[in-house]
Design a protein around this ligand. Structure first.
Ligand code: AMP
Length: 427
């Protein structure tokens, strides 16, 4: 009996072929924008102590309740594959003593995250995010900067028709009065809540606003449903006003969504989400906000923070859908075709020289004849194909064919390198 085929685990995927070029494009734009705005890269571990997310993301969130990849390592420690990047970034900030030595930092990250979710298009168990975090800044201008960075990245990628939704979640001073009003409202209508929300109501009523169940959604539409905006303290109101004015100043349009609470507990004041109408149910392609209470949850009160994270899978889906004609191509300048074993040696020697001249090439060691090589080269879209076999070795040079014009020349190595050095910018 044959063995069962091994496939990728459910909710994960390989990224290869034409798709990977889009990934590289996204990463390139992210790195460029980070560089322009002066955000330094931070790389935190893929796994952390479970406690970090339980405390940082919030015990009552869907992430912590249902979605974490948690296991005991061989030393009996509870470990979790990171479901998001902000709590690890704050952990690193605290651990490296930055609140004392360098309290204001701007960081970005790129990498895989893990959530045990029901997979579907745009919702994976291993997915990838890039994120920007500004720590130690409490001015609303930094909230605006973070939104601007996100906005410019989407713009640079050519993504349009996006909606920016904005809300304020208040702070530790004003949120309690909203929560008590919300709790009262929901308690009185408990029969209409789903079982999950009945539990949320006791532990963390704000999470109810996250619910997608129809019965709960209907409650939100009630004209008497309490909206947080009306309960904000003057500090939060003022902050929100300045964020909105800052966005207007930059010509970035937004919609206020009073139900936007985001799936993580640590947000205070600004919360935002970027949505597209082109991906069906998985419409959020990025989101973030201010998290001035996160550091306290990790034992060091008083570190302000604001940031956002975006899902690369969804952005790539969107790029594939809307930007096909501008898909970046990765074609080498030169195709190296050895026609026999001696030719292979020449090709490898030449490959080393070409790297010095920074000419991109591809060596095909297929052990095939000229016809195969020309066909393969043509298919790859390359402009130049170099052939080397018995005849070329005897004559001490290389045959170079221009696949665009069809002309072929015989060149010595120094002539060849000079030509390619000139040509590479045109490839
Ligand atoms: P969050 O950390 O939940 O605020 O998510 C930030 C962004 O990550 C979302 O807007 C999505 O674009 C993306 N994202 C979150 N969860 C997933 C997932 N399971 N699969 C793919 N992308 C995701």
């Amino acid at each position: 009996m044959g063995q069962q085929k091994i496939t990728v685990p459910k909710g994960t995927k390989d990224i290869l072929g034409e798709e990977v070029v889009w990934w590289q494009k996204v990463e390139e734009v992210v790195r460029e924008m980070a560089n322009l705005f002066g955000y330094q890269e931070i790389r935190t571990p893929i796994f952390e102590q479970t406690e970090l997310f339980a405390r940082g993301v919030g015990e009552e969130t869907d992430i912590v309740q249902k979605e974490m990849y948690t296991f005991q390592d061989k030393g009996g420690r509870s470990i979790t594959l990171r479901p998001e990047g902000t709590a690890p970034v704050m952990r690193a900030y605290i651990e490296h003593g930055l609140s004392v030595t360098n309290p204001r930092v701007k960081w970005f990250y790129l990498g895989p995250m893990f959530r045990y979710e029901r997979p579907q298009a745009g919702r994976m168990r291993q997915f990838h995010q890039f994120g920007f975090e500004a720590l130690g800044f409490s001015r609303p201008a930094v909230d605006v900067e973070i939104i601007l960075v996100a906005y410019l990245i989407y713009q640079e990628l050519g993504l349009s028709e996006l909606t920016l939704e904005l809300n304020s979640l208040g702070c530790e001073k004003c949120r309690p009065s909203y929560l008590s009003k919300l709790t009262k409202f929901l308690e009185e209508r408990k029969d209409n809540l789903c079982a999950n929300c009945v539990r949320r109501l006791e532990k963390n009523p704000l999470r109810v606003l996250d619910c997608k169940e129809e019965g709960c959604q209907n409650l939100f539409k009630s004209p008497s449903f309490p909206v947080i905006e009306e309960y904000l303290c003057s500090d939060c109101r003022n902050h929100q006003f300045k964020v909105e004015a800052g966005l207007e100043n930059l010509g970035i349009s937004y919609q206020i969504n009073p139900f936007l609470v985001r799936g993580l507990d640590y947000y205070t004041k600004t919360a935002f989400e970027v949505k597209t109408g082109q991906l069906g149910a998985q419409d959020a392609i990025g989101g973030g906000g201010r998290y001035d209470q996160l550091s306290a949850a990790l034992g060091v009160p008083g570190v302000a923070g604001v940031g956002f994270a975006a899902g690369i899978e969804r952005i790539v889906l969107l790029l594939e859908k809307t930007q096909q004609e501008t898909r970046p191509k990765k074609v080498p300048c030169l195709y190296l075709s050895p026609l026999d074993e001696e030719g292979e040696k020449q090709v490898l020697r030449l490959a080393r020289e070409l790297t010095k001249w920074r000419v991109p090439f591809y060596c095909d060691f297929a052990d095939k004849g000229l016809r195969y090589h020309l066909k393969k080269a043509q298919k790859s879209g390359v402009k130049w194909v170099l052939m080397v076999g018995q005849e070329e070795i005897e004559r001490g040079g290389f045959s170079l064919k221009n696949l665009t014009s069809g002309s072929q020349v015989f060149l010595q190595e120094d002539e060849l390198l000079r030509l390619l050095q000139k040509e590479k910018s045109l490839c």
